[in-house]
Design a protein around this ligand. Structure first.
Ligand SMILES: Nc1ncnc2c1ncn2[C@@H]1O[C@H](COP(=O)(O)OP(=O)(O)OP(=O)(O)O)[C@@H](O)[C@H]1O
Length: 237
């Protein structure tokens, strides 16, 4: 295992005049659950799209699993994109069977275990599911894969607080034993406070703080407090 699952230097991506990523410098250690936190539009999804080779940076360098992102690294990454939805006509079981047919490293046994854990009825059609139930299917499709890196872009968007807490609790339990590296982006940290053991705070395409979540809390208080402080001047340094 490489000591850093992700390393980037001066990573920049511009859309017209807008810099989505602006000289981003980051090294994320392997085997951790890392929260990529920051307000809307700070570049989280762009960063994830670069990690999965979907978007090319304009400048700078990025290494994922010790390599340049592309087809080969993607064999070892499970990626849940922003706003992902599933085929409404599939049942949960058919969705998982699809995963088994197409996704490298997918374990049906693990998927069924996770579905049980997350209280999913395998015979229910996705189209009849609540947003929270559908989000769990999307998560299971990623978490049931034996890959080195799992990248989840805003996996909790649109999910009510109760379901979110249940999903986070099952994630914490499930991932405790895992050696996989997990990246989770969110702009709403209220119910995910206990999930991350490593934190990256992003603002305007840059990482303004990264390190052990414990250290961040010791220095600045709860993640929620830190998030508020992101908007004051001291974080503009
Ligand atoms: N394909 C694109 N074309 C034009 N502008 C884009 C494109 N993708 C991203 N941007 C812009 O780049 C900036 C960063 O967007 P990005 O989606 O990476 O942020 P984000 O932190 O994921 O936001 P959110 O939390 O709202 O999902 C935003 O200003 C966005 O409008």
């Amino acid at each position: 295992m490489t000591p850093y699952i992700i390393e980037c230097q001066r990573l920049t991506k511009q859309y017209g005049k807008k810099k989505a990523l602006d000289q981003l410098e980051l090294a994320i250690p392997s085997g951790r659950i890392t929260g990529i936190l920051g307000p809307n539009g700070c570049g989280k999804s762009t960063f994830f799209r670069i990690l999965t080779g979907m978007v090319r940076p304009d400048e700078g360098s990025v290494r994922v699993l010790g390599q340049t992102p592309g087809w080969q690294t993607n064999q070892d990454i499970a990626y849940l994109p922003d706003r992902a939805r599933w085929y409404p006509n599939h049942t949960a079981r058919q969705s998982l069977e699809w995963g088994k047919s197409f996704l490298p490293g997918f374990s049906m046994e693990r998927a069924i275990q996770l579905a049980d854990y997350m209280d999913i009825d395998l015979d229910m059609k996705v189209g009849g599911m609540s947003r929270g139930q559908e989000a769990r299917i999307m998560l299971i499709l990623c978490l049931a894969r034996d890959v080195q890196l799992i990248v989840l872009d805003e996996p909790f968007t649109g999910i009510d607080v109760i379901s979110r807490e249940a999903i986070v609790a099952s994630l914490i339990d499930y991932l405790e034993e895992s050696e996989q590296s997990i990246l989770i982006s969110t702009h709403d940290i209220q119910e995910v406070e206990g999930l991350f053991d490593y934190t990256v705070m992003m603002k305007a395409g840059r990482a303004i703080w990264s390190g052990n979540t414990e250290d961040l809390r010791a220095e600045y208080g709860s993640l929620r407090d830190v998030f508020r402080k992101m908007y004051v001047k001291e974080w503009n340094k």
